[in-house]
Design a protein around this ligand. Sequence first.
Ligand code: NI
Ligand code: MN
Length: 232
Amino acid sequence: MVKATFLGHACVLVSDGTHSVVIDPFLTGNPKAAAKPEDLTVHAVIVTHGHGDHLGDAVAIANRNNCPIIAVFELATYCQRKGAKQVHPMHIGGSYAFPFGRVKFVPAWHGSAFVEDDGTIVYTGTPAGVLLFMGDRTVYHAGDTGLFGDMELIGRRHPIDLAFLPIGDNFTMGIDDAVEAVKLLRPKVVVPIHYGTFPVIEVDPDEFVRKVQAECPSVTVRVLQPREAVEV
Ligand code: NI
Ligand code: MN
């Protein structure tokens, strides 16, 4: 069994009771943050792409926990330059067995650049989604992405117990495309993320719930308030 706690926006803490991993820890400056970076005890920090609302406090959290940042090569290298003491570079399609479980990066259709305080744009490789295999459970965090047909392949290759999908529209899939994504991925449980944090991504998660229940009745939808958790 794994427990996944929603920490606001796209940040998720996944734990099997022994090991904990945080994905996309944007907490400082996140109006929906349900934790402080210094409160997290983790064995790894996974970052899907280099946008500030995902990279967030990754370097500080990894260094304080003496653990690696796991990301695609360019983003991992960028984190190193920003002071991360341990990084583990990977890339799309690759997987690696860490002490806490296996991580595999999969495609996401989005951008990935960090905008420095002085406005300089630093490209940080391709954006990614991530599969996290912990215990006998498979968790998929889509990162930021539009809908794409290969989601069917991801779900077929790696039957998904729990999927975190963006629904906020504008920067990512909106509700109707996210419902299509559920049809392709066929997770046991789906949790909507990346909505409501800012006015431009304000959507009604209950509409997502209604549409998934109508079109994919075998899939359980859980809307989590920040700090709430789901167990699979
Ligand atoms: Ni993004
Ligand atoms: Mn984002």
